[in-house]
Ligand binder design. Sequence first.
Ligand code: PLP
Length: 362
Amino acid sequence: MQPGLPALDAFPRKLWSRLGSRLLKSAQAGEMNYPDALGLMSLRKALAGYLLVARGVQCRPEQIIITSGYRACLQLLSYAYLKPLDQVWMENPAYFAARDLMLAQGQEVIGLAVDEQGLQVELGLQLAPKAKMAIVTPSHHSPLGITLSLPRRQQLLQWASAQQSWIVEDDYDGEFHYLTRPLPALKHLDNDQRVFYTGTFSKTLIPSLRLAYMVVPESQLALISGLCKTFDNSTPWLEQALVAQLLSEGHFTRHLKKMRNLYQQRRLWLSAALQAQFGHHASLTVQAGGLHLVLELQQQQDRELALHLNQQGLAVHALSAWATGPILRQGLIMGYTNIRSAAEAQALAQRLYQACEIYLRD
Ligand SMILES: Cc1ncc(COP(=O)(O)O)c(C=O)c1O
């Protein structure tokens, strides 16, 4: 039940090996040399087309840099713009790995609660109006799944423009909305060029690729490109070339369509099984998209509970371990993408309930 993993059984292995062997056979000397530290141009071009159509992000291919993962994007940005003790807004709760990276670099993380409209920008204006950066997940708040409303998007962008602060938009799973067409990315509204848009292939393909991307505002391109070269930001040619072909030949869009249908089904299986099993002992909010569910329990020891469940091989996360400030909610974060049948979902929900039983109050 590891949260955040795509369906590993549905990865297009045959296509991948066919395209891979074609590329290897035809590789020229240039492709065996050091790859461009900013990323392969064919992938950046294909991404520019894809981001415009799928996420409403308009940019030149030259503005896109390829990295070895979301945290590599954050590392570049914090090196470029942050000093120790600088304040950074994050949602509370938020992706623990981003929080830990900021803390490891000495930044002060200002955790801002989310409500049904997403990040409470107002709280940021009260607590740390001069923060240097905001790291946000507007499409689906990670991990609660809320979409940032239009008025909040505008408020956030206005703050960044007025303060000359930066916004990092983490669009980690913007492709996975099941009920309605997703809102375009926050970057779509970024008239003042304060937003660094980031995306990853960890959810749309597989995380072992270690491939992510970032759209850099024109005014910052020289600085960020220079840092990419200094730090040798490059990622392997073969994987980039393969993903570029998936995108440009239409395979990627077809794969996403297939995955959306699959995830909708798998999500239904797990949510129905959890509801049937836990009844009034837990509350399950099924958001419009994403790759995981959050089960909120009537008990206040989610870390202890998660540890206990993980010892039994269930691989869930404690919601409170994702706090970026005071712990506001407790529960279990669990993935459903690798559950292959309704029967498997029921068996998992039953195992989960039995393992939780001693922690549940009536
Ligand atoms: C909120 C969030 N952002 C970004 C990522 C992607 O990280 P990466 O590109 O390093 O795999 C993840 C992966 O789990 C995530 O949960």
